[in-house]
Structure formats: structure tokens, C-alpha cells
Write a protein that binds this ligand. Structure first.
Ligand code: SF4
Length: 328
């Protein structure tokens, strides 16, 4: 099902003349790490080291690999074109090949005339065929190009759905191909259009309207809880593609101008326990926009996005609400 493209990877390692190579995989693909390492070692003669720490995206490649290896191969994510990475780092998209024709037949009666197609990197190679299928079944299907944080047409990240922008006036609804609800949820909140999910891994089609309402209620509750906070911790990630220090500085100034105190804390890995030593009534995450939403219930105090802090401080209104994103 997964295509790790080991021929290309082995050729790259040989061309790099690397004698030790680190490989990094997201959690869902780590079970394949040992067979990949063995095969690459056999094919190239290089020593292959498996990086065992979590890896969430191309934003999260491990710069410290150079202490142990000449090169790094990160599987499972597309490079972020706007994020400079060294020439000895290779990003290998891992495409999933599953026939989605049955699911397309199932979703067809739910589709309006003009449909925007979106997906994550695992399925991005299937978009042209899906577009062709929909066109041959009477639909006008469109695929948009995102900003420089996005490599492929129609691709979305949990921190960037700019592939939606060129389609906003051109489509009636979006069809998201992929698993998980965060990306389509973001599209539904930001575009205010219906989003249907075609999930090849779960083999199902679903709507996410109910989830959109639930998350918006949760975000509203987080903002309300933080309104009386006098001490904020502004959290900055040290991961290469998530670090937003100037935003953190600006947020601290906004908080102080509003009569609150705010300290900036840098972390590589966010976890509620790491915040226990600090005095704070609420947290603000400037790192991956998913953290405040996905992990909200794990934190004993409200964890806000930058936009939500601005609402708490009266600089923006709830009617201006948008999810956090990192632009290219
Ligand atoms: S910031 Fe978050 S959503 Fe964006 S690429 Fe990194 S892990 Fe993915």
C-alpha cells in the first residue's frame, strides 16, 4: 500500500557519498523503519540510523542529525518549499495507492455542481484522476495552488490551507480526500462552505458539520475561560518550521499593553507536564496550530491560539474568528 521509493532514496544516498544516514518517519510509518533501514544499508553500504523521537511534519526535521550522520532522509512528508533546508536533507513523500472509485460513486449524489478537491500529501498523486472521474460524471472539479509553504496543487497542511483560496469564488463545496478530521475542519471553518470527507483508509464518506460546531463551541469556551487570566505563558517551538518568535514577542506586547503579564517559554516538545513549574492562568501556543485544538483537553488551563489571545485582549472580535495558520 505504501510506496517508500527506495530506489530513488538509495540513488540519492550514493550520489551524496554519505557513509552514515539518519532516517526519520512519522509515528504511523515507524513500524516500517527497520525494514527500510536494512534495505537501504544493503543497497548503499551506508550505516542507517533510525531517529526514534516523534516527527510530525517537514517542519520538524531534526537539525541535530548532523552530529551523527552525513545525511537525513525524512519519509512521509513533502518538503516545505518556503522553508530552507540543507542539501543533505531529503524529504520523501510516501504515496498511498488505494482505489477510491467505490467511494466516489458513494459520494457522487452528495456533490453539488462545482467541487474543490483537497488532500494531504499521501493522496495528492490521485487528484488528477479523481478530477477526471468527477468531470466524466457531470461535475466541475477544481484544484487550487497554495502559497509557497505548499508543494503540490490541492495539498493542504494542518497549518496551511492556502490551496483553498483560489477556489473560494469558484466552487460550491469541497471534497477532501484523506483520513483525519483536522484538515477538513479547518477548511470548513475558514471557507464557510460544506466539506465532505472521502476517507480511503476507513473506506467511508462523512460530513463534518457537527464537528465544526463542537470545535467552535470549545474554542469559544477557551476564550471565555481565559478572559480573567492575568498571567499568560506564550509558548514558542524550537522546531525549524514552527518557530514564530516575532509573533510571540508581539503577543507579549499586546498582553502587557492590556495590563496582563506574559512570559515566553521555548520548548521543543509541548507537553502539559513541562508547564507545571510556571505561574500562569492560560497558555498561548505559537507553534503548530494543531496543538491548541487537538490537545486542548490535555492541558489543565486554557491553551489559546494567537488569534484567540487577541480576542481575549479585545483587539479582535469573536465574529473575526479564524483558526491559526502559518503562511508560506
Ligand atoms: S506546523 Fe503542524 S501542521 Fe504544519 S507541517 Fe508542521 S506538524 Fe504539520
Amino acid at each position: 500500500m505504501f510506496d517508500f521509493r527506495l530506489n530513488e532514496v538509495a540513488e540519492w544516498i550514493v550520489n551524496m557519498d554519505a557513509s552514515t544516514v539518519a532516517v526519520q518517519l512519522p509515528e504511523g510509518l515507524k513500524v516500517h523503519a527497520q525494514s527500510i533501514a536494512r534495505e537501504l544499508r544493503e543497497r548503499t553500504g551506508a550505516d542507517i540510523l533510525i531517529l526514534g523521537d516523534p516527527c510530525y511534519g517537514a517542519c520538524d526535521y531534526a537539525p541535530s542529525f548532523s552530529r551523527y550522520a552525513d545525511a537525513l532522509v525524512q519519509f512521509g512528508h513533502a518538503e516545505i518549499p518556503s522553508m530552507a533546508s540543507p542539501s543533505n536533507v531529503l524529504f520523501v513523500e510516501v504515496f498511498i495507492d488505494l482505489d477510491v472509485t467505490m467511494l466516489l460513486e458513494r459520494v457522487l449524489p452528495m456533490l453539488r455542481d462545482r467541487v474543490g478537491l483537497l488532500t494531504t500529501v499521501q493522496h495528492v498523486h490521485q487528484l488528477p484522476k479523481i478530477k477526471e472521474w468527477l468531470t466524466s460524471h457531470g461535475k466541475e472539479a477544481r484544484i487550487g495552488r497554495g502559497d509557497p509553504r505548499i508543494k503540490f496543487e490541492g495539498q493542504v497542511l494542518g497549518c496551511n490551507i492556502s490551496s483553498v483560496d483560489p477556489l473560494l469564488e469558484e466552487v460550491d463545496q469541497f471534497l477532501y480526500i484523506g483520513s483525519g478530521d483536522f484538515h477538513p475542519l479547518m477548511v470548513a471553518i475558514e471557507s464557510d462552505k460544506q466539506v465532505l470527507v472521502l476517507d480511503p483508509l476507513l473506506n467511508e464518506v462523512r460530513e463534518i458539520d457537527h464537528l465544526k460546531e463542537r470545535i467552535l463551541r470549545q474554542r469559544h469556551a477557551a476564550i471565555t475561560r481565559a478572559e480573567t487570566a492575568s498571567r499568560f505563558l506564550i509558548l514558542v517551538s524550537t522546531k525549524v518550521g514552527q518557530e514564530r518568535m516575532s509573533l510571540a514577542m508581539r503577543l507579549r506586547r499586546f498582553a502587557e499593553e492590556n495590563g496582563r503579564s506574559a512570559d515566553i517559554v521555548l520548548l521543543e516538545e509541548f507537553h502539559p507536564d513541562r508547564l507545571l513549574p510556571y505561574q500562569a492562568d492560560a497558555y498561548v501556543s505559537t507553534a503548530c496550530p494543531r496543538i491548541a485544538i487537538d490537545d486542548y483537553l490535555r492541558y489543565p488551563k486554557p491553551i489559546l491560539t494567537p488569534v484567540e489571545l487577541e480576542i481575549v485582549l479585545g483587539r479582535k472580535k469573536w465574529t473575526d474568528y479564524s483558526l491559526d495558520s502559518i503562511q508560506g
